[in-house]
Design a protein around this ligand. Sequence first.
Ligand code: ASP
Length: 437
Amino acid sequence: MDGHANKEKGFLGWYFNSNLLARILIGLILGATTGIVLGVFPQAIKPFVDNAKFFGDLFIRMLKMIVIPVILFSLVAGAASIAPSRLGRVGVKIMAYYLFTSALAVTIGLVFANIFRPGEGLGIIGDAAVKGKAAEAPTLVQTLLNIVPTNPIESLAKGDVLPVIFFAVCFGIAISYVKDSKIKSIAKGAEALYDVCNAAAESMYKVVSGIMQYAPIGVFVLIATVFAQQGPKAIGPLLLVTIVVYLGLLVHLIAIYGGLLSVYRLGFIKFLKGANEAMVTAFVTRSSNGTLPITMRVSEEKLGIPRGISSFTLPLGATINMDGTAIYLGVCAMFIGFAIGQPLTINQQFTVVVTATLASIGTAGVPGAGAIMLLMVLESIGLKVEAGTAVASAYAMILGIDALLDMGRTCLNVSGDIAGTAIVAKTEKELNLALWN
Ligand code: ASP
C-alpha cells in the first residue's frame, strides 16, 4: 500500500513540478492523436464524447467562475495604485495611447480574419436540443450604454463584464484619491482597502494559476472531442487561426509600434534590441504581470526611460494594456462565427471592436486570462458559450490551442507597454536619448 501511495505521489509530484506549458502541449498532442484514432472507430466516438464531456465542461465552468472576481479586484487594485498626481499629463497621454492602440489592434485582427476567414466551412453544429437557442445580440448603441451599470451589484451578480470593468475603474480611482484624504482615519481606511483589493487580486491570480494546472487535462479532453467529431479536417482551421493571430501580432508590432515610434523619431530596431529580453520572457511565461520586473529593468537600463514615468505607466500597462489580447479576441470571435456557419455581420464586428477593447482592459496579466475574456466578447454579440451549443464546441477548439496563442499575445502586450512608455517619456523630454543613438 505504501508503495502505491508513493507511486501516486510520484506522478502528482511530476505533474505539478514539470513545466506547465510542456504539459499543455503534451495534452494538445495526445488529445489530437486520441481524437484522430477515435475517428477510425466511429462506434467509440459517442461513448467517449459522453464521458469526456464532464471533464471539458469542468474546465469551462472553472474559467467562467473566475471572470468577475479577477476583473473586479485586478482593476480596482490597478486603478487605486495610480497616484492622483500622476493622473495629470502623463496619465492622459498614456491612457490615450493604450486605448487607441488596443482599438487599432482589434481592428487589425478583424481585418485579417475577414481576409483569411479562419474556421470557414467547418460547419460545427451543437446538440439538436440546444441548437435553436440563439441569443439576441444587443445593438451597438445599447452595448455602449450598457457599459455604465445602473446597479453595480446587480452587474456583479449577473456577471455582466463591461459594467463591472467600468465600475471597478471608477472605484479604484476614487480609492486613490481618498488615500490622500486629510481626515487621517479615512486615509488609513482607504489604504487598508487598497491593500485588501491588492491581496484579493493576487489571490485571484493564484486561483487562475490553480485552474491552469487543470488545463492540460481540459485541453486533452476538448481537443480529443474536437478531433473525434471533426476528424483531421480540424487541423487546417486551427493552424489557420494560429497563423492569422500571429500575422496580426507581427503587423501590429511593426506597423503600429514601429510607425508610432518613428513618428516620435525613435528607432524601431533600437527599441527591439532594448526590449527583447522582456519580450522573450513574456513569450515563455505568458504573463505580463510576471514579466513586469524585467519590463521595468530593460526600460530603464536599455531604453533610458526614467523610473518616474515607468513606475506608473508599466504596471498600469501590465494591468490594462493588452494589444495582443485584443487582436486575439477579434480573430477568435470571427473564427467562432465562421466555424458555426454564422459569420459575424458588420454590426457585430463593430460591437467586437468596442467590447474587445474593453475586455482587453479587463484582462488580467496572467496566463490564460484572455481566453476567459473571449467568453464575454462572444456573449456581447449574442453567442453564448453554453454546454452542448455549437458555440461551445468552437470555443473549445480555441481553448485547446490557447497556450500557443497566449505566448504571442503576451509578447505583444508587453512590447506595447514599453513602446508607449518610451513615447510618453520622449514627449515629456525625459528619455535618455543617448541610448537610442
Ligand atoms: N497572458 C496575457 C498576459 O499576461 C493575458 C491573456 O491571456 O491574454 O498579458
